[in-house]
Design a protein around this ligand. Structure first.
Ligand code: ZN
Length: 536
């Protein structure tokens, strides 16, 4: 069925080949596979036969890093095409607390305009205004106004962070269809794709057939408060949009929309280089709902490989000279119940007593104050309630630091003062200390009063409801991601030396001869890629 959607739409979009091979390429395609850790890439690389196999023939940085501590979707996507760590992009998390804003809801979504009437962190006015730096697409348009900056993604924040403040088209999945936040005319292919997806959703979908490699991973894992995971194969009942999002068919739909936009806008066929950013979100949902080491993730990655292969074949058929980068916004780890079976003895769920709300209640009882005293979760940025007197804020902070630092699941706690004293790290990301990782996620206006870092393999989901596994930590299973550069006719190598996702933007800029002033971004051009890096 997924194949059907892609094939049906691709047939409508077929254009005659118009061979043109001048360097630099006319179309940059940047693919982010949400939660595609370097661990998963390493594990599955030998199984890929289609799109991911093809991209693996380019230059593969198998030790890429989303180098910062808060390894969430919005910060991760903010690094890929700005060349900057979150300390510079300002995108410290998927959301943060701003106690200075007038509305009752003090939580700000990373891609909202909190000043827009009626906007809240859950029903927001979508905007790139929180992103403090320009994207590659914006800089390319500034240099060559004819250039098009286009994004399509499963998640709105992925599309916003990769395209930035000036996009020509930006489409994202909005609970059953692709939608946009821009005042633009809808390209015909979006209507075609939405109609095809609606037909797909309206029908039930049978389970995928597992190849032997995936079937060997099918083992039921019991999870308290949740149905067992590990043996799923994406059977879906008619109309179940949630199940669709958590299945590889979702990425098939996103790539179909990407192919459609390429066709309608004749991307890569104008006078200036175009940029197409694609956020593939299914892998993240599969990781959250089923973990990373069961049959579900295996089937998802095999399908992803095939779907990317179909998409690259479509690009080939346009005759456009294009180049591709594929990476991820963060990695992930398996659910602790299965990780322990696989020998990760210290894998465990976080103690619910570490939730900021629980710590807040304990301190309130102790100091005779009225909760809430703290805002935040059980890790990452935690904020002291600013409506307390400054003397009480100091008492609450001191007590909270004592409680978190004494807990056996806590690795480290850094205060705002600690982080302000540390320079933003610049060296190789594999060597960064914990506080340097946290510093790369620190923004003085948006960050918490302190940052809690849990011990490795402590999953920050205490009681399981929907998601059984997650990411977000400063540990390498969440930081390490693949970075693949590929261009037709270019054969690269697998590089073990570390790279940083902030290096992608200056490398692509070099590939299209877009000058980037020295020191203006955190990243640097990566040698050994299809780009010719400028000599310093
Ligand atoms: Zn993500």
């Amino acid at each position: 069925m997924r194949k059907f959607v892609f094939a049906a739409v691709a047939a409508l979009l077929a254009v005659p080949a118009a061979a043109q091979q001048p360097p630099p390429p006319k179309l940059l395609v940047v693919i982010s596979v949400d939660q595609f850790s370097a661990d998963l890439f390493d594990e599955y690389r030998a199984q890929f036969t289609a799109g991911l196999a093809r991209l693996s023939e380019g230059t593969v940085f198998r030790n890429g890093y989303q180098a910062h501590a808060n390894t969430e979707t919005c910060p991760g996507h903010s690094t890929i095409l700005t060349g900057d760590h979150p300390a510079r992009t300002g995108i410290i998390g998927n959301s943060w607390i701003d106690q200075s804003i007038a509305r009752a809801d003090k939580t700000v979504y990373c891609a909202e305009d909190p000043s827009a009437p009626g906007s809240s962190h859950s029903h927001y006015a979508l905007s790139a205004m929180q992103l403090r730096v320009p994207t590659l697409g914006e800089l390319t348009k500034a240099r060559w106004p004819a250039s098009r900056n286009v994004a399509v993604a499963g998640k709105d924040r992925a599309a916003v962070m990769m395209s930035g403040h000036r996009a020509d088209q930006r489409w994202f999945w909005d609970g059953g269809r692709f939608a946009t936040d821009l005042s633009v005319r809808q390209p015909p292919s979006i209507a075609v794709t939405n109609a095809a997806v609606a037909r797909l959703l309206a029908a039930p979908s049978p389970a995928l057939e597992a190849p032997p490699f995936c079937a060997s991973k099918a083992q039921p894992i019991a999870v308290a408060g949740h149905a067992p995971v590990g043996t799923g194969a994406f059977a879906r009942s008619a109309g179940d949009a949630d199940a669709f999002e958590g299945s590889p068919a979702f990425d098939g739909a996103i790539l179909t929309a990407a192919a459609g936009l390429t066709h309608d806008m004749r991307l890569g066929q104008g006078s200036a280089p175009d940029l197409l950013s694609i956020g593939l979100s299914a892998t993240d949902y599969v990781g959250h709902y089923y973990g990373t080491e069961g049959q579900e993730m295996c089937l998802n990655l095999i399908e992803l490989d095939r779907e990317i292969g179909d998409f690259l074949s479509y690009l080939d058929s346009t005759g456009v000279d294009y180049a591709v980068v594929l990476t991820a916004d963060h990695g992930g780890q398996d659910l602790p119940e299965r990780a322990r079976l696989h020998g990760v003895a210290d894998a465990q769920r976080v103690d619910p007593a570490l939730a900021a709300s629980a710590v807040s209640k304990a301190i309130a009882a102790d100091l005779g104050l009225t909760a809430p005293l703290l805002f935040g979760d059980s890790m990452g940025d935690i904020y002291v309630n600013r409506s307390l007197s400054s003397a009480d804020q100091a008492r609450v902070l001191a007590q909270a630091l004592r409680i978190y630092r004494a807990h056996p699941q806590v690795e480290a706690v850094f205060t705002r003062d600690d982080l302000e004293r540390v320079p933003v790290p610049a060296g190789s990301p594999d060597t960064w200390s914990l506080i340097e990782r946290a510093r790369a996620s620190f923004d003085p206006q948006r960050s918490g009063d302190f940052v809690v870092i849990l011990k490795p393999h402590v999953t920050p989901i205490g009681h399981v409801t929907k998601s059984v596994a997650t990411h977000g930590s400063p540990w390498d299973y969440d930081r390490r991601v693949p970075i693949l550069f590929w261009r037709p006719g270019f054969r690269g190598a697998t590089v073990a030396a570390p790279a940083d996702t902030v290096d992608i933007m200056p490398t692509l800029a070099a590939l299209i001869d877009l000058p980037i002033a020295a020191g203006s971004v955190d990243g640097h051009c990566l040698d050994g890629t299809p780009a010719f890096c400028p000599q310093p």
